[in-house]
Design a binder for this molecule. Structure first.
Ligand code: DON
Length: 308
């Protein structure tokens, strides 16, 4: 697709030149070391073509983008029973907010805020040792992206393990309501480690393909989830994927998307492409500043917004 190639290259050049880059996350000390000048983008279309720009092959910490894949695994394991443990409404609150949990009796608003993602991780962990659960998540990422080299950055995981006091508070609070089945330290250990998976934009866009193509890998035809489940995961990404910035993301970009504090965003253009962008500087809601702008430009220039 010559048009796509050109647009992706142009956007990468424009983003590289911009001075407004947001602020790199510092609350996980290891993430503060990443160069804010980086920018990458990868778009994988239905017939296997890949358009890349900037640092598309540089690995970064996917952080909360991993929550899309843990949600997929947990739904695969217990199906709709998951919705007894976690809601699916936008929170309108920051990703690490504590107040809402008390009002809602320890049931997190959705699977993408930290509390919800910790509850989802707990579902995956049940019946397994932490190492096995983590192995399952990692194998899933390698399978989806068709890349066995994907791994966990142990230094980032240890950095969050040392400093994740707020997540510890959220997890203990949920445990007091019986929302978590496993020892809090085990669940958090798996959660911190899956957030510390490192992937490049190219690998992440490959992993997201099933969401853009009715639950199937478009190149092999292999079904990952049912069309209905893919549609519903996309709906949750659209409404909750950017926390209290989800409305703004839908307004500007018009695609389901999931952000991470490492500066990555996975976006889904249904029927067209899976897209990953990465720029480590964040906006006030903890979402990639230039990543969002790049996606806004991409959907505007290609007419890819789901809203027409
Ligand atoms: O739990 C945390 O705070 C991080 N491991 C992930 C948070 C995150 O990526 C929020 N997204 N923008």
């Amino acid at each position: 697709m010559p048009d796509l190639d050109r647009v992706v290259r142009e956007i990468a050049e424009e983003m590289r030149a911009r001075a407004d880059r947001g602020d790199v996350a510092t609350y996980i000390p290891e993430l503060a070391r990443v160069d804010p000048g980086c920018f990458g983008i990868a778009v994988v279309g239905g017939d296997g073509e890949v358009a890349v720009g900037g640092d598309a092959d540089m690995p970064f910490s996917i952080q909360s983008v991993s929550k899309v894949f843990t949600l997929t695994l947990a739904l695969g394991k217990i199906g709709n029973l998951l919705w007894k443990r976690v809601g699916r409404e936008p929170s309108g609150s920051p990703f690490n907010s504590i107040v809402q949990l008390e009002n809602e009796h320890g049931i997190p608003r959705n699977p993408f805020i930290n509390a919800g993602a910790i509850a989802v991780t707990d579902v995956i962990l049940s019946g397994h040792q932490p190492r096995e659960a983590l192995g399952e998540i990692l194998r899933f990422m390698r399978f989806l992206s068709e890349d066995p080299s994907i791994s966990i950055d142990e230094v980032v995981a240890a950095s969050e393990q040392r400093t994740g006091f707020r997540n510890r508070a959220l997890a203990n609070y949920m445990k007091s309501f019986g929302v978590l089945e496993n020892p809090v330290d085990y669940t958090l250990g798996v959660y911190f480690h899956h957030c510390a998976i490192t992937m490049s934009c190219r690998q992440l866009a490959m992993a997201g393909r099933f969401l853009a193509h009715n639950g199937r890998n478009p190149s092999t035809g292999f079904s990952v989830v049912s069309p209905e489940r893919a549609r519903r995961i996309n709906a949750i990404m659209l409404t909750c994927g950017h926390y209290d910035g989800s409305g703004e993301f839908a307004y500007r970009v018009g695609l389901p998307g999931k952000s991470g504090v490492g500066g990555g965003i996975l976006a889904v253009a249904p029927g067209r492409a899976s897209i990953a962008v990465w720029s480590p500087g964040l906006d006030a809601s903890g979402n990639s500043h230039l990543g969002r702008i790049a996606l806004e430009e991409l959907t505007r220039r290609l007419g890819w917004s789901i809203f027409g």
